[in-house]
Write a protein that binds this ligand. Structure first.
Ligand SMILES: [Zn+2]
Length: 87
């Protein structure tokens, strides 16, 4: 059975493939499904990203007090949403 994860934005549970996996790479958050270590899961959605940023949910999920640059994740989500909108 496919594992279920909680989105750090909206806090809803979803199957793993419906979520993006975000990891810390220095000061940046990047999307990486395979990297070892702690990851945070989030819907491919601007709303969820904004919620996660507002709630400092990434820092919490990654067990650090660091503030991350979420630009790379934002770009990824934006591109994905644009692609979906064009379908
Ligand atoms: Zn979500």
């Amino acid at each position: 059975m496919e594992p279920v994860r909680t989105c750090v934005g909206c806090r809803q549970r979803a199957k793993q493939h419906e979520l993006l996996r975000v990891i810390a790479q220095g000061e940046n958050l990047v999307i990486d499904r395979l990297a070892a270590g702690r990851g945070a899961w989030i819907h491919q959605s601007k709303n969820c990203l904004e919620l996660a940023i507002t709630r400092f949910a990434f820092s919490r999920a990654l067990r650090t007090k660091k503030q991350f640059d979420t630009a790379a994740v934002a770009v990824h989500i934006e591109q994905a949403e644009t692609m979906l909108a064009q379908k």
